[in-house]
Each structure stands twice: as structure tokens, then as C-alpha cells.
Ligand binder design. Structure first.
Ligand code: UDP
Length: 323
């Protein structure tokens, strides 16, 4: 009899996690979705609850958990600056204690474990585009450091568990990712701009909008995570995952207004401290090792994200007082 792979997804009810759970179920795996709903919602996985290979567990990765699993995707951590700065101590605990607990679980069960690290490990980069051998330019005590340093510490823990205990690890550095099921109020640029444009409200451009980001559509990102998990054991990463197309935030604002057919005006707001000036992944390594490169163009991805947020607004799923 064929035995099913049992896969744990921490942060499984979040934006990326819910897409990953869907794809793992489609591949025939048994999926344990673990979440504490700090910045995710059960509605993201509501459509999976009927599935007999899907199990939803309310749990905070800051505390140990005893499960039997073959693979772990460690996604649990708020990722938007608004969310991760709301309770910075908890953000650091989630990254560090969460990594220790999940690595401990991997050690006990001999599971393979993948860490979703971040482009934030490069801080405000002095090297452009960013490749994996660049060590970064991170402010160790700024408003972003709970996330940046937390994720850096987690990478270090993953490498040490690998070297010291022989754990099979994978470290993915995710650049900005967007798509359906982003939280409409997570404060990130794509969700903010689309929600503002659809309601004909002012588009809040921080700074002069000349800062750049590279935006990867969620389906491309999930493809890459699955390929990385399935790569040979000697592939540990870190490996950059993202879309190398680079846009200024002003360009993004203009595209969103146009694609939404919106009457919104673009208004300037102060630039938050330590906001990186430029960000673009060098994905040469992902191309060579995983044979992966993203295929969804920004405009195409924005259209499907806009369609999703239109539905959210129609359903009235966003609190009235935010109107
Ligand atoms: N940003 C903006 N208006 C917003 C939200 C964000 O101009 O309403 C800018 C922000 O200052 C940053 C970029 O958009 O330069 C991306 O911000 P986000 O919070 O999405 O993620 P980050 O890449 O900074 O972690």
C-alpha cells in the first residue's frame, strides 16, 4: 500500500500558507495546517475543511508541539511591516522560538524542513540586485529589526541544526509576493493600493515613490517552494525566490489606478524609517538548481488580485468603519 506523505504547514491559514495547503492536497499529501490566527483567518482555508486529508490545528509555534510528520514548511510569522511591528517582541519570538520548536520537531521525526526566510535579511541593500552571497545591510535595532534580525537568527539556527544534527533543511528567501487572499488590511503596498483604488480613495504613496520592489505572484512562489522542498538533500539554500521585474512604487500606484479604472488621486505620505530604497532578487541560483523562474507578469497578477479584492468588498468582508 502506498503511504501518504504527511506535511505540516505552519502559518497554513495565512496568505501563502493557504495556497500551499491547497497545492499539497492536490499532490496527494496529507496536510496538517497549523495557525494561531494572529494575522490570518480561518476563512482562507474554509474551503479545505471538508477534505479528509486536511486537518486544521490552532497552535502558536512559540510553544512545542508533538506530531508525526515527514515534511515541515515553516511559514508562521507576520510578514507585513504593519503586522510585524504591532507586537515586535512576539515577532522575534515567533521567528526564533518558532524555528527552534519546528527544528526540534524535525529532529525528532527525521522530517525535512523548509524555512521561509525573506529578502529583509538584506536590509537596505548596498548591492543590487541582491544575490545569496550578499550579507546585507540591516539596522539591528530599528523598527524593522524584530523581523529582519528574527529571520536572520532563524537562518542561522537552520544552518546549525543542519551542521550539528544533520537535519535536512531548505532556506528560501522570499521577495515581495502578492495575490488573492492577501489580507485587505495588512498595510502592504499591493493590498493598500488596490483597496484604495477600488474605493476611489487617495492612494497613499510613502516618500516620493522612487523606491523599488519586485513583485512575485503567489502561484509562481508556491511552485518554487514545492520544487525547493523536493530538491536533493544537498540543496540547503539560502536561495532567493521572487520575480526580478523591478518597479518603482509610483509606477505600481499608477498601474493599479489604471487597472482598477479608478478616480483615486495619488497623495504623498512620509516614508517609514529604514524603508529599503531598492530591492530586486538575483534568481540565477533558483534557475540553475530548481529550473524555476516566475511566469506571471505584474499586470496579469494585479488583474487577478484586483478581482479578488472586488469580491472581498462586495461580500462586505471588510469592517464598515474602515470605509
Ligand atoms: N508603501 C507605500 N504606500 C503604502 C504602503 C507601502 O508607498 O500604502 C511603500 C513602502 O513604503 C515600501 C513599499 O511600498 O517602500 C513596499 O511596502 P510593503 O509594506 O508592501 O513591504 P516592504 O517591501 O517594505 O516590506
Amino acid at each position: 500500500m502506498l503511504t501518504q506523505k504527511r506535511v505540516l504547514v505552519t502559518g497554513g491559514a495565512g496568505f501563502l500558507g493557504s495556497h500551499l495547503c491547497e497545492r499539497l492536497l492536490a499532490s496527494g499529501a496529507e496536510v496538517l495546517c497549523l495557525d494561531n490566527y494572529y494575522c490570518s483567518t480561518r476563512s482562507n482555508v474554509h474551503h479545505l475543511l471538508w477534505h479528509n486529508r486536511f486537518e486544521l490545528i490552532r497552535h502558536d509555534v512559540c510553544f512545542p508541539i508533538y506530531l508525526e510528520v515527514d515534511e515541515i514548511y515553516n511559514l508562521a510569522c507576520p510578514a507585513s511591516p504593519v503586522h510585524y511591528q504591532r507586537d515586535p517582541v512576539q515577532t522575534m519570538k515567533t521567528s526564533v522560538s518558532g524555528a527552534i520548536n519546528m527544528l526540534g520537531l524535525a529532529k525528532r521525526t527525521h522530517a525535512k524542513i523548509l524555512q521561509t526566510s525573506t529578502s529583509e535579511v538584506y536590509g537596505d541593500p548596498a548591492v543590487h540586485p541582491q544575490s545569496e552571497d550578499y550579507w546585507g545591510n540591516v539596522n539591528p535595532h530599528g523598527l524593522r529589526s524584530c523581523y529582519d534580525e528574527g529571520k536572520r537568527a532563524a537562518e542561522s539556527l537552520f544552518m546549525d541544526y543542519h551542521r550539528q544534527h544533520g537535519i535536512r533543511i531548505k532556506i528560501a528567501r522570499l521577495f515581495n509576493t502578492y495575490g488573492p487572499r492577501m489580507h485587505p488590511e495588512d498595510g502592504r503596498v499591493v493590498s493598500n493600493f488596490i483597496m484604495q483604488a477600488l474605493r476611489n480613495r487617495p492612494i497613499t504613496l510613502y516618500g516620493d515613490g522612487s523606491q523599488t520592489r519586485s513583485f512575485c505572484f503567489v502561484h509562481d512562489m508556491i511552485d518554487a517552494l514545492l520544487l525547493l522542498m523536493d530538491s536533493p538533500d544537498e540543496v540547503t539554500g539560502p536561495i532567493n525566490l521572487g520575480n526580478p521585474g523591478e518597479f518603482t512604487i509610483l509606477e505600481l500606484a499608477e498601474s493599479v489606478v489604471r487597472l482598477c479604472g479608478s478616480k483615486s488621486e495619488i497623495v504623498r505620505k512620509p516614508l517609514p524609517p529604514d524603508d529599503p530604497a531598492r530591492r530586486r532578487p538575483d534568481i540565477t541560483k533558483a534557475g540553475k538548481i530548481l529550473g524555476w523562474s516566475p511566469c506571471v507578469k505584474l499586470e496579469q497578477g494585479l488583474e487577478s488580485t484586483i478581482a479578488y479584492f472586488e469580491k472581498v468588498i462586495r461580500r462586505g468582508a471588510v469592517a464598515e468603519e474602515t470605509d
